[in-house]
Design a protein around this ligand. Structure first.
Ligand SMILES: [Fe+2]
Length: 503
């Protein structure tokens, strides 16, 4: 690796020297020079120490002929080193770094001696297609400087269309170039029922595997979960085995109006239960209207509290009685264990417990950190809904369940990730719960957040850890909404839906 120190920068504007480093705010700029023998993507490591949770900077690389590439790089306090791939031109490059958000001291930039191997990727990596429910499959492709050439299957090639990625609204740390490949129902009609190993082939011959299961019919499963693509927000619908529906959050008002409510109306789905994880506007859109339209009463919190006898069941009675619960009623005044059984689906609040010494597992000073984190179980399938808790709450939960001698309770098959990967992510927690798929409701801004680009990608996605099961990270800005079908007996599957009107 080569290295340059910020204190040796060609120019500093609005930065203050701080020991061995340079203190940046959202106003600061630094200009440094880097020589490259060969043009290409290089692996970069930025060394910094932040004051708050996260920060992001615009990093513009300008080559000898004046051509520029803008990148946005995110940093987080949890890691003093942030990794990124940046393109360097042959010859002298000027690196201009401008603070956009967050404060901290930056020390050095290190970069690889030669262009680095790039993590080309498709997302999702496996999918399901039903012949009786035709839709266009979208494959999100991260291809940097290469181009997609063909999609192969055992029987030949599948025609596809390419469009720019919907997520390409912001430049980001990996300086990635993305596209979306579309496989139309006509293209997919040739595939027989069964499992197919497809390959997305780039123009350099590199082949990226994409597993597609084709089934005859899109049969309703006893239990289904739909994670709506509501950008930076949260709304999830649970279709329960008893025919009732539980809505967890309803996103921002505009997303509730444009995405969630039209879907419910079109499908003729009434909301029987509503659970609000916390009182932020990216979660409680159209709350009053949804409750009123569905005849759900909102119990008086004081009345709920007054009725408590110290038994958890008293608190949870309100979901069945009124159809509504919010995080205020789930805050930890007592020891809470198992909660509802909704038609065979068991839901447990993971962070409403007191620990052995009587301390709450919730950080009551922060609305996000007092949001309700849930485990949902149906016949051996486990789904975790993390709401907007930060890493510290997740690590406390882990410690609590460990201390109780229950090492398996937090394990899950599918994880709805915490706080849109904004602020902080506990990679240790995600490795511990060891899901097969992680869904993140996020806008493309996630690409400029080190919680995703460094902590998660290096600590979970690219990290080899014992018994790793992770197959897919489903960013909603890349894959759209996701629907999980749970059949029981350990059988479950999910599909990603670019356009909800297609299901
Ligand atoms: Fe949120």
């Amino acid at each position: 690796m080569k290295e340059i120190l910020f204190r040796d920068a060609d120019s500093l504007l609005g930065c203050e020297r701080n020991g061995d480093g340079v203190y940046f705010t959202g106003e600061s700029q630094a200009r440094l020079s880097i020589d490259a023998d060969t043009a290409g993507y290089y692996s970069f490591v930025f060394g910094c120490d932040l004051v708050y949770g996260d920060a992001w900077h615009d990093v513009t690389v300008t080559g000898p002929d004046g051509t520029s590439i803008e990148n946005r790089v995110g940093f987080c306090k949890a890691r003093r080193e942030t990794h990124a791939y940046l393109y360097l031109f042959q010859g002298k490059n000027t690196i201009e770094m401008k603070g956009v958000y967050g404060n901290g001291t930056f020390y050095r930039i290190c970069w690889s001696d030669e262009p680095a191997p790039l993590p080309y990727a498709v997302s999702p990596t496996y999918e399901i297609y039903y012949h009786d429910s035709p839709r266009t499959l979208r494959i999100h492709l991260l291809h940097y400087d290469r181009k997609p050439r063909e999609i192969r299957w055992e029987g030949g090639r599948l025609p596809f269309e390419t469009r720019p990625s919907q997520a390409e609204e912001i430049l980001q740390g990996d300086a990635m170039i993305r596209s979306e490949l579309g496989l139309s129902p006509e293209a997919l009609a040739v595939l027989p029922v069964g499992k197919h190993q497809l390959e997305v082939v780039l123009d350099d011959g590199r082949a990226l595997p994409y597993q597609l299961t084709v089934e005859e019919r899109d049969e309703q499963a006893p239990f289904e979960i739909l994670n709506f693509n509501v950008h930076h927000g949260n709304s999830t619908l649970l279709s329960l085995p008893n025919g009732k529906h539980l809505l967890i959050d309803s996103a921002k008002e505009e997303c509730a109006k444009d995405i969630v409510l039209p879907y419910l109306e079109r499908k003729g789905i009434g909301v029987d239960y509503y659970l609000l994880t916390h009182f932020h506007d990216d979660h409680n859109g159209m709350l009053e209207e949804i409750l009123a339209q569905n005849g759900i009463k909102q119990p008086d919190v004081a009345e709920v509290e007054a009725s408590l006898t110290g038994k958890a069941s008293e608190r949870y009675r309100y979901l069945a009685q009124y159809g509504y619960l919010d995080s205020r009623m789930l805050r930890p005044f007592d020891r809470l264990d198992q909660i509802w059984d909704l038609g065979g689906v068991e839901i447990t609040v993971l962070n409403s417990r007191l620990d052995e010494s009587g301390h709450s597992t919730i950080d009551m000073t922060d609305e996000n950190n007092s949001s309700t984190s849930l485990a949902v179980e149906y016949e051996g399938f486990r789904y975790h809904h993390a709401a907007d808790n930060y890493a510290n709450v997740e690590e406390r939960m882990m410690g609590l369940w460990e201390a109780r001698g229950d090492k398996t309770f937090l394990k899950c098959d599918y994880f709805y990730a915490n706080h849109h990967f904004h602020g902080s992510v506990s990679d240790e927690f995600i490795r511990y719960i060891n899901p097969e798929a992680v869904f993140v409701s996020a806008q493309a801004a996630v690409y400029a957040r080190a919680a995703y680009t460094t902590v998660y990608r290096e600590g979970v996605e690219r990290c080899d850890y014992p018994n790793k099961r992770l197959k897919d990270t489903l960013l909603s800005c890349e894959v759209g909404s996701a629907r999980i079908k749970v059949f029981g007996g350990g059988k479950w599957s999910y599909m990603c839906i670019d356009d909800l009107s297609q299901i």
